[in-house]
Design a protein around this ligand. Sequence first.
Ligand SMILES: Cc1ncc(COP(=O)(O)O)c(C=O)c1O
Length: 244
Amino acid sequence: MTDRIPGFATLAIHAGAQPDPTTGARATPIYQTTSFVFEDVDHAASLFGLQTFGNIYTRIGNPTNAVLEERVAALEGGTAGLAVASGHAAQVVVMHCLMQPGDELVAAKKLYGGSINQFNHAFKNFGWHVVWAEPDDIGTFERAVSPKTKAIFIESIANPGGVITDIEAIGKIAKDAGVPLIVDNTLATPYLCKPIDYGADIVVQSREKIRAQRRGLLLHVRTQRRLRRRRQARLQRQAVLPSR
Ligand SMILES: Cc1ncc(COP(=O)(O)O)c(C=O)c1O
């Protein structure tokens, strides 16, 4: 049997999910549990010691969320995803991993208004400073980078202006500066644009927009590009893709 590379539509429906091995149920159940049972104390010790992969506690990981996280990571071509409560929560979580008080973030001036407020006001309270750059003038990003810069943040298609940002050029500036490029891919969606293919290191999305098409779903995912590399390496090993 030949291994086929799943297309976007297949990934959108199936990535990250499997039929339930006990019941055969096709749809992913909602696991309404905070805790998980361990086989014995050794199993618990290896889970907590991060020697075995598995579920420990829902705040750390939940099998229902895991399907969404893996699916979005697969669609974006990332390594892994993390679902949190909203787009702005995703932005805080990402920055928390990268920034210390006194650090700087270079951000495109053309962003969703709520993000501009979050960066100017909420982030200021953490001692994180934003330096604004003009997405129509790439040189402003280069000039905005300083030794205190810890990340560059842009939107692939800015909301609401529809400005298309040159991800590749800004990705190169981030790479030269040794900092991650974070791309908010909310408006474009990975169907139109996969920022990781153009040099983004982290992608954030507000899932309440085009993807959910209903108000209740507020899930945000950040992904990294290693999954794509791993998937490619696996497919190359299986001789599905020519090696480069
Ligand atoms: C491009 C973009 N990014 C981030 C957000 C923030 O997402 P949320 O409202 O889910 O926090 C929005 C919300 O409209 C948005 O349009």
